[in-house]
Design a protein around this ligand. Structure first.
Ligand SMILES: [Zn+2]
Length: 208
């Protein structure tokens, strides 16, 4: 077992890949408009949000990148946080339909899937570690903790989809499967934000 204080060390290939992802993501810090859209999506101010990790085809934020240590010294492990109301709703329905049980059973049976899933955990941690370095945030309270039940269980499909949307397909196999299953309702390439707005706020937004 590694001690919680141990210096994080990751596969150099993973470090290099997540570093490129962060170069791209942090090149465009969250704008006041992004912040206000996300605030509306979440119904609360997105504390610690430093950038948008994935956007809808229309530009609306789908996933936030949140710093590892919030103001006041609060550790925040869920670096890639799913905010799209449409995606959140579609994923919640999957969870209600018992998909987590199914995914956990797949993990238990499929060694290759298990390896990929552990790999996704490494990516998540390396990504956050790189972000923490760049921002000067301490990760001392969240060393080894990623999100969604990684690396051995499936606990939150929202968090896993968040990783898939930020890092692209081929990194988190369960997140990728979640995206495939909800494509009929949510797809980052197909904007359905107008529908979302009009159902949420009956009167205000009637334009597409
Ligand atoms: Zn959209």
């Amino acid at each position: 077992m590694t001690s919680p204080q141990a210096t994080a060390s990751f596969d150099p290939t993973i470090t290099s890949e997540v570093s490129k992802m962060l170069d791209r993501i942090l090149a465009q810090p969250a704008t006041p408009e992004d912040m206000s859209i996300v605030q509306e999506q979440l119904g609360r101010y997105p504390r610690g949000m430093v950038a948008v990790g994935a956007r809808c085809a229309c530009g609306t934020p789908l996933v936030t990148i949140t710093r590892p240590l919030l103001e006041g010294g609060i550790p925040f492990p869920t670096t890639c946080y799913l905010t799209s109301p449409e995606a959140v709703k579609a994923v919640s329905r999957l969870e209600a339909d018992g998909m987590m049980k199914e995914f956990n059973a797949m993990l238990a049976e499929d060694e290759e899937l298990r390896k990929q899933y552990e790999h996704a955990h490494e990516y998540y941690l390396a990504f956050r570690h790189e972000l923490a370095n760049r921002l000067g945030d301490s990760e001392e309270h969240i060393v080894g903790i990623s999100a969604g039940g990684l690396p051995v269980r499936v606990k939150c499909l929202h968090a896993l989809l968040g990783q898939t949307l930020v890092m692209g397909s081929g990194i988190n196999p369960i997140g990728d499967m979640v995206l495939e299953r909800i494509r009929g309702e949510f797809d980052p390439q197909t904007c359905r934000c107008a529908i979302q707005e009009s159902t949420q706020e009956e009167s205000a937004h009637t334009d597409k």
